[in-house]
Design a protein around this ligand. Structure first.
Ligand SMILES: [Zn+2]
Ligand SMILES: [Zn+2]
Length: 167
């Protein structure tokens, strides 16, 4: 859990608190099933007094283990998310139900960081933009070799399956 004490910044009209953390995934409640992170997560940002709200601005960086959606190769890639969120006093009126809140001068930014990082995760990743994928007939990795198969009519997902069975 990443909590920031905001007593000082609330005292000043333009109060700001800078922070930088190096975190284990579990400190953001991230399991390998949520996101397979390699190494530490680096978070840098600030929390500012915005009058009746506190404004969080953070950049979060991590390295994620991915599998190419075309050739199934496993690789690691850097990911980065920018997070802009408002935190309201828990007793504030008229705030949305899913708004972030805080109590007693302590702001827990864990969930905001976690959500922000998960949101930028692509549904499918490619090892490289022009990955040529697997041959849907013989399953050969076309980045590494070529074949002479007729490939017009076969669903590329079958190729992935074929490759899996081969391994
Ligand atoms: Zn690939
Ligand atoms: Zn082939």
């Amino acid at each position: 859990m990443i909590k920031l004490n905001v007593v000082e910044i609330k005292k000043k009209l333009v109060g700001e608190k800078y922070f930088r953390f190096e975190l284990e995934p579990k400190e953001l409640n991230l399991t390998p099933d949520d996101l397979p992170i390699v190494g530490k997560i680096v978070v840098e940002g600030n929390l500012a007094n915005g009058g009746d709200v506190l404004l969080l601005h953070a950049v979060i960086k991590a390295c994620v283990a991915r599998q190419c959606g075309r050739c199934l190769k496993e690789f690691q890639a850097a990911t980065q998310a920018e997070i802009l969120e408002k935190f309201y006093p828990a007793d504030a009126h008229g705030i949305e139900k899913d708004a972030y809140t805080y109590e007693y001068d302590v702001v827990d930014i864990t969930e905001a960081l976690r959500e922000g990082l998960l949101l930028v995760e692509p549904i499918s990743a490619l090892c490289k933009e022009d990955c040529r994928g697997l041959c849907p007939v013989c399953g050969i990795d076309r980045n590494l070799a070529s074949c002479t198969c007729e490939t017009d009519t076969i669903d590329p997902r079958l190729a992935a399956l074929k490759q899996l069975l081969k391994n």
